[in-house]
Design a protein around this ligand. Structure first.
Ligand code: XMP
Length: 517
């Protein structure tokens, strides 16, 4: 899939850096379409793609170690502008005849970069910039034809260039937030060295993808699961636009969603998808299978299995299908190792409850597999998805079941739904939603003594959790104003029967997780 209107593309070769994906993202933010490729992609294959530029990512290895990831030096003679970053900088130096050696000191964190030459890469910047460093090795001598462009106290060659061959390299990371001038450096590379036009937009993706979906699907039928989240919603809408009545989007109401959520999902998708939308009320079935279960993993397993059983039953009822669509995004593709096929470490083995059956013998369609979340949101807006769905916080497949510690019952779900709604309303009223990445309430199975009116109460505590995070793999608890916490607490205890205490979770992730189960 080539979601670019101008045909211009930059390729990022992945040498195993956690930041490789971020490079792709930062390039796309400059309106230049980028994709990641494994470092081992043959040079001829890269050349065939006619990229406007190539970026070599960082990586954890040392270029002089046996077996270290490398590229065919012919890459540097393609005439395509290349930017090496960190490991990419060292690799470029070594392969072209410079020297790389272990540094006396590992440089990690903020570093002051002294710019010695302001040509191209550093145009528009001052004498010094602050940049993020993370390296043990350093380039001691630049290859013939190169000029050093910058240094730090510990690194003699913090950047280098051979403009005649369009080769540029930096030891630091221009792609990370901690390098404030990073976007300028990337822009200099993309627009001056690569001569990109910067006209790509996620929206161009819609038209391209409709054409490709029609071609692929022909007159086949497509099944997809709708969770109410933005990824599956955009997937379903794209398919419906592409092949209309050949799609069925199935929403399974497992009874574990938040207050008013199933109603909202049903109303929205009936409107947007018409007859392609199918809702299944499986609330009773889920609750029955969860009766008496308290172990978190067992809960997740039961919900996953029940989901698949309900989904398969519904699919069989809806007739024959040839395709099944998934809302897989680029980070999932890269994390599973399939996207880059490269060296990026697999960090997250996501507990993907709510996953789709694999044995249905249907061909997979993943229309969003090259996109990042914010790009999917933009497309969702263009496709007419309402803000509640486009900006919806992540919500786990097993829903409120992983926020009820102990047995999931109808009564306990009702308590949690009310408490959760209050948290949501108060954060919204205080204008805090844009600052909080995820917010939730958790119901605990212990009881404690309280006093309400003239009487003694013996009831459950609700835990309020709000976190701030970029990637949900690490998170910090949100420093909510005390007044907001006070309002949430007062309202929950007054308005939700069965609760007499409210706690605020002040644990970061790690060591805790965001959800309680
Ligand atoms: P944890 O609790 O592991 O959660 O810190 C990280 C993020 O993942 C969400 N989450 C899930 N999402 N299926 C999902 O699709 C799941 O089973 C699941 N469990 C947790 C969680 O809400 C948070 O955003």
């Amino acid at each position: 899939m080539q979601p670019q209107a101008t045909g211009e593309k930059v390729l990022v070769l992945d040498f195993g850096a956690q930041y490789a994906q971020l490079i792709v993202r930062k390039v796309r933010e400059q309106r230049v379409y980028a994709e990641m490729r494994p470092f081992s992609t043959p040079v001829e294959e890269l050349a065939r793609e006619q990229p406007r530029g190539i970026i070599l990512s960082g990586g954890p290895a040392s270029v002089y170690e046996p077996g270290a990831p490398t590229v065919d030096p012919a890459l540097f003679s393609l005439g395509v502008p290349i930017l090496g970053i960190c490991y990419g900088h060292q690799l470029m130096a070594r392969l072209l005849g410079g020297t790389v050696e272990p540094g006396q000191e590992r440089e990690y964190g903020h570093a002051e970069i002294f710019i010695d030459c302001h040509d191209l890469l550093f145009q528009g910047l001052g004498e010094r910039i602050s940049a993020w460093m993370s390296h043990g090795d350093r380039v001691a001598q630049v290859p013939r034809g190169f000029t050093p462009l910058a240094h730090t106290r510990h690194t003699p060659v913090a950047a280098m260039a051979d403009p005649a061959r369009h080769l540029y390299a930096v030891q630091f990371h221009p792609e990370v937030h901690h390098t404030p001038d990073g976007p300028t450096i990337l822009r200099n590379f993309l627009f001056d060295a690569c001569r990109c036009s910067g006209t790509w937009q996620p929206g161009n993706f819609i038209e391209d993808s409709l054409v490709q979906l029609r071609e692929r699907i022909g007159d086949g039928r497509v099944l997809c699961a709708l969770s109410g989240g933005v990824d599956s919603a955009v997937t379903a809408l794209l398919l419906q636009r592409a092949v209309g009545s050949q799609v069925r989007a199935v929403f399974v109401d497992h009874g574990l969603m938040r207050k008013n959520e199933p109603e909202q999902v049903i109303a929205t998708f009936r409107r947007l998808l018409g007859d392609a939308f199918v809702a299944v009320d499986a609330r009773r079935e889920f609750l029955e299978r969860l009766r008496g279960v308290t172990d978190p993993e067992q809960k997740r397993r039961i919900i996953g299995e029940t989901f698949i059983a309900v989904f398969e039953r519904e699919a069989a009822r809806l007739g024959e299908f040839q395709f099944i669509a998934h809302g897989t995004l680029y980070p999932d593709v890269v994390e599973s190792g399939a996207g880059s096929g490269g060296a990026t470490a697999r960090i997250k083995t996501h507990h993907n409850v709510g996953g789709l059956p694999e044995n249905m013998k249907l061909e997979n369609i993943e229309p969003l597999r090259l996109l990042f979340k914010d790009e999917v949101r933009e497309i969702g807006r263009q496709l007419g998805l309402p803000a509640e769905i486009v900006d919806r916080q992540p919500f786990p497949g097993p829903g409120l079941a992983v926020r009820i510690v102990g047995e999931v019952t109808e009564d306990r779900l009702a308590i949690l739904r009310e408490a959760d709604a209050i948290v949501h309303e108060e954060l919204l009223a205080a204008g805090l939603m844009p600052y909080v990445s995820q917010s939730l309430a958790v119901l605990l199975p212990v009881q404690s003594v309280g006093v309400m009116g003239d009487g003694r109460s013996y009831a459950y505590p609700v835990v309020v959790r709000a976190v701030v995070t970029d990637d949900f793999m690490t998170a910090d608890w949100a420093r909510l104003p005390h007044e907001v916490l006070a309002r949430i607490s007062t309202r929950i205890v007054n308005e939700v029967g069965g609760v007499n205490r409210v706690l605020y979770d002040i644990t970061s992730k790690p060591p805790a997780t965001i959800e309680w189960e």
